[in-house]
Design a protein around this ligand. Structure first.
Ligand SMILES: Nc1nc2c(ncn2[C@@H]2O[C@H](COP(=O)(O)OP(=O)(O)OP(=O)(O)O)[C@@H](O)[C@H]2O)c(=O)[nH]1
Ligand SMILES: [Mg+2]
Length: 401
């Protein structure tokens, strides 16, 4: 387990552009409160830094502001913790202004309690002279500037979220599906293949996707789903990031169905499922209907696939086994989606008086009208609609069969 965690940290470091030259691990019941590592380990690390000519030390945990400062002072080498590393990757990968604001907000909130440590760095370059207000130390000035910026970013993000809610509202009647899962599980690959859109960005690096992206997926005659790709999750995702990406993940909140994409070729997939469930819980969406989509089965041999299927049959009776990169590899998922649309958005025949413009408008706004004809003084429509909408139509005077 320790090895896999370090492997993942190395992947993160690689994604951030660092080259790993050495690893040091320590078995401790509890991290040292002052320096995280014990005294002996600090010495070992000092030697390793010298031998390997390392320029940065990356910790797999989030260090307290004091721990980071102390280790940095003891080793005279830059220290980055897991949270900072992930924030850094997000910062370089953010493309849209919304993602950039979200990442900046998370970074500032991470930085705020660590300002004193940053100062010891900056002082070397700036000599401690800045744009001080009257009676303020530089540290206080920086705190004030950062707090102002945090406030501004939060306000701007609220505006962006509001705009998105309006946008979402206009597709209220659609069958909506969100792809969620551990980073690199293949969420974007699934969307790319389902929607037949080669523009969907896929990469064998962590956090390729930050912004939600929605595409229409056709599921046979008169049936479709709007499928949204989302940012991937990871073990120990910095909580500032989860908080600032909450707005982006609202899409997940409003979905009819979640597709939890799992990389079946990783021996650690169960841990990953656990991590994803944890974040979904934090987002308050654990109650949504979920299909577990085991992806990358092209990497498993027949026996491995059979034993995986055996293993998950009881726990996730709704699981699906797919490959986003093989021909027809997503057919089981397409079939499952088609079945779900049929049960969650059944087709009904609705009759309403020709004169009832209000009911007709509601139908068109919130349901999916397949066809429509008039018969005497009635309109007869075939509609794909939720139970809730059908209930409202009936109460409004429509005949539904
Ligand atoms: N062999 C194989 N590789 C796959 C499959 N699906 C995705 N991949 C590869 O896995 C890597 C990650 O795929 P993405 O679709 O970018 O994964 P993601 O879940 O969107 O990742 P993030 O956006 O970073 O969270 C890419 O190199 C894909 O080509 C699959 O079914 N089989
Ligand atoms: Mg992606």
């Amino acid at each position: 387990m320790l090895n896999e965690h370090l492997e993942e940290l190395a992947e993160l470091a690689d994604t951030a552009g660092a080259t790993v030259v050495g690893e040091v691990t320590q078995m401790l019941d509890r991290p040292h409160p002052g320096t995280y590592l014990g005294k002996g380990k600090i010495e070992e690390l000092r030697l390793a830094i010298e031998v390997q000519q390392a320029t940065v030390i990356i910790f797999d945990d989030e260090l307290s502001p004091a721990q980071g400062r102390n280790v940095e002072t003891a080793l005279n080498t830059r220290v980055v913790d897991r949270a900072e590393l992930i924030l850094d990757i997000f910062a370089t990968r953010a493309r849209t202004s919304e993602a950039k604001m979200q990442v900046e907000l998370a970074q500032l909130e991470y930085t705020l309690p660590r300002l004193t440590r940053m100062w010891t760095h900056l002082e070397k370059f700036r000599g401690g002279i800045g744009m001080r207000g009257p009676g303020e130390t530089q540290l206080e000035t920086d705190r004030r500037l950062i707090n102002n910026r945090i406030k501004l970013l939060k306000e701007r993000l609220v505006d962006v979220t509001r705009a998105r809610v309006v946008q979402r509202h206009s597709r209220k009647g659609e069958f909506r599906v969100s792809l969620v899962g551990y980073t690199n599980a293949g969420k974007s690959s699934v969307l790319r293949s389902l929607a037949g859109d080669s523009q969907v960005f896929v990469e064998d690096r962590l956090f390729a996707t930050l912004d939600p992206l929605t595409r229409e997926v056709k599921l046979g005659e008169h049936q479709k789903a709007l499928v949204t790709d989302t940012v991937g999750f990871i073990r120990k995702l910095p909580h500032h990031l989860v908080a600032s990406f909450r707005a982006t993940l609202e899409e997940v909140n409003e979905s009819d169905l979640l597709l939890h994409v799992i990389d079946a070729s990783r021996s650690t997939w169960e841990d990953h499922v656990h991590v994803v469930d944890g974040v979904l819980n934090e987002l308050g969406v654990l109650e949504k209907p979920v299909l577990h989509v085991f992806n990358k089965i092209d990497r498993l041999d027949n026996d491995a696939l059979l034993s995986l299927q055996e293993q998950v049959r009881d726990k996730y009776p709704d699981s699906i086994f797919v490959s986003a990169v093989s021909e027809h590899g997503l057919e089981p998922l397409l079939r499952a989606l088609t079945t779900r649309v049929r049960t969650m958005r059944p087709v009904s025949e609705v009759r309403i008086p020709v004169s009832d413009g209000r009911l007709l408008a509601e139908l068109h706004r919130e349901g999916e009208v397949i066809d429509q004809r008039s018969e005497d003084s009635e309109l007869v429509l075939h509609v794909r609609a939720t139970e809730a909408l059908i209930g409202r139509l009936k109460r409004g005077g429509a005949t539904v069969s």
